[in-house]
Design a protein around this ligand. Structure first.
Ligand code: TNX
Length: 539
């Protein structure tokens, strides 16, 4: 070989064994308590049954059976009673969850003789199902039948979340995601126990939710125009292609809510007010009163679509009754189709509105939401308004943390944390990424930034009990379709899921990366499109 200019050691580099990875079960997020008992593993057989015991056990049992049928090809009959050899048992009922963690806690016990998941709620049992899923060989994620040995290591797990809100936001306004793509986004995130789906339904570039007209319609607004006109536009600058247009019918939205619920997720709809409203102004001539921005030019009856990523240039008119009539009806319609407790009114970047006008409008909108029996959510700009007492959520993204603390301490607000540097996925995660912002971190916001922070101490002067949780956000200026959304979100969304779930003193970045390295194969088999972050030893 020397004749060819190679040395032996170079061949050794090519052919030698890779560094031995740290052994790990690879669970993400890391459970609160995990013991590998050293017992013989459990093996799933052709005739294994899933026993659903107790009210509420049926749905998580069906969920598990559906997941495992695809790759195993086994029947996995779900039954309410009966014993076969080595069943998977899912028990739901009072007293079955770890004490003090009834809402989402579970235990998972695996022996050669059986697998048993116990929880007090269906969502708790579903978390147990997602953990069990990760303990099967990665081929369990295949969409086609695979001939593998379906074994699970013997473990005892007790687990529950640190925070109630472990969310993800999808900006369907800049670029639309049809229902099937939203389902794909839900599928991948549910395995990491993400339990909130925040849909940014409206923005300057598009209006994505169909609404009906009210019985009483003083201004004669055609609400159908919001989607006929506003659903046909999208972001046009930036991205590999123009933004995708489209909208959800009420039936589409109901299907998203149903599918999310089946995956343990509550949908939080956002209608962004009083700024980010160009698509509404473009669709509804009556909204274009003299105080609305941008102002009409001579001859115009609506404001033409602006397909750029500019922010803060549009606003409703604080001094027009149409504004309040419109917002109340929109919020009423959205509340009626949303079973979850939250309604997000946006409130961000209202740069073309005076502070007084902003407060006037936001106070009206938060009052509407309270009157509808929902808890209002808004971006942190709205923290200084008269939030409904003990019934508002402030979602922090950027700016004044002390104003958020004041909303907590003076108005009893709760906080969801999406700090741009720690939770915004359109920020570059690596300099190799072709597109992406760098403003939040003064450079890429890598996986480490998304992992290494503490939501419990992020807002000075408040108790951790006022923090509902964390949320990763996919803004859509240049992201098109669910494959790109995943490419930007993963693996950082998994970091956010663990930040929201695992106790702070049990989180360690090196350990996280080691578990994540193993997860890469599973994501690949299931077709989740992730960015191969340079600092993870993918294997
Ligand atoms: C700020 S974050 C926005 C969005 C943009 C995002 C990324 C927030 C509440 N508003 O309108 O999409 O930055 O550019």
């Amino acid at each position: 070989w020397a004749a060819y200019g190679y040395s032996i050691s170079e061949f050794e580099i090519w052919d030698g064994p890779p560094a031995a990875p740290e052994p790990t079960l690879g669970l993400l997020p890391k459970p609160v308590s995990l013991t590998e008992t050293g017992g013989a593993p459990y093996t799933l057989h052709r005739n294994t049954r899933v026993l659903a015991l107790g009210d509420g056990a049926q749905a998580p049992a069906n969920h598990l059976a559906r997941l495992l049928r695809r790759a195993t090809g086994h029947k996995l009959t779900v039954a309410a009673a009966g014993r076969g050899p080595a069943p998977i048992v899912i028990e739901v009922g009072a007293g079955k969850a770890p004490e003090g963690h009834e809402a989402e806690g579970y235990t998972l016990s695996v022996t050669a003789a059986e697998v048993r998941i116990r929880a007090a709620t269906p969502n708790g049992a579903l978390h147990g199902v997602q953990t069990l899923r990760q303990l099967f060989p990665q081929w369990a994620e295949s969409g086609e039948v695979v001939g593998a040995e379906w074994t699970v290591p013997a473990v005892e797990i007790t687990d529950y979340p640190r925070f109630a809100h472990r969310g993800m936001m999808l900006d369907v306004a800049r670029s639309f995601y049809p229902v099937d793509e939203v389902k794909t986004y839900i599928d991948a995130a549910a395995q990491f126990k993400v339990n909130r789906l925040h849909l940014h339904l409206t923005d300057d570039q598009g209006w994505r939710i169909a609404l009906d007209d009210p019985a009483s319609n003083p201004s004669g607004i055609d609400y159908g125009a919001l989607t006929e006109v506003g659903g046909a536009t999208a972001m046009t600058e930036r991205g590999t292609e123009p933004g995708i247009t489209g909208f959800y019918t009420k039936a589409d939205y109901a299907e998203i809510v149903r599918y999310a619920g089946e995956h343990g997720m509550t949908v939080i709809p956002e209608v962004d007010l009083p700024g980010h409203v160009n698509s509404a102004l473009h669709s509804v001539p009556q909204l274009n009163t003299p105080g609305a921005r941008p102002a009409l030019k001579p001859g115009e009856t609506t404001v033409p679509h602006n397909g750029t990523g500019a922010v803060g240039y549009s606003s409703l008119d604080a001094h027009s009754s149409v504004t309040y009539e419109f917002a109340e009806h929109v919020l009423t319609e959205i509340a009626a189709m949303t079973p979850g407790p939250y309604l997000h009114i946006g409130g961000d970047e209202a740069f073309s509105t005076s502070h007084a006008d902003y407060v006037k409008m936001v106070d009206a909108f938060t009052g509407n939401v309270r009157a509808l029996g929902k808890t209002v959510v808004g971006w942190n700009e709205y923290a200084g308004t008269a939030l409904p007492r003990d019934n508002a959520v402030v979602q922090f993204w950027n700016g004044n943390r002390n104003a958020v603390a004041a909303a907590v301490n003076d108005r009893g607000a709760q906080v969801v944390l999406s700090p741009a540097a720690h939770a915004y996925v359109p920020q570059k995660q690596d300099s190799r990424q072709p597109e992406g912002g760098t403003w939040a971190c003064g450079g890429p916001c890598g996986l480490d930034r998304h992992y290494n922070w503490d939501p419990g101490t992020y807002i000075p002067g408040i108790q951790e009990s006022s923090v509902l949780g964390v949320e990763s956000a996919v803004w859509g200026e240049f992201i098109r379709r669910v494959e790109q959304a995943q490419y930007y979100a993963y693996p950082r969304l998994i970091a956010t899921a663990e930040v929201g779930w695992t106790p702070q003193d049990q989180r360690d970045y090196a350990d996280f990366k080691n578990r994540l390295a193993k997860m890469g194969g599973r994501l690949t088999v299931q077709g989740t499109n992730f960015f191969p972050t340079a600092d993870v030893p993918w294997r």
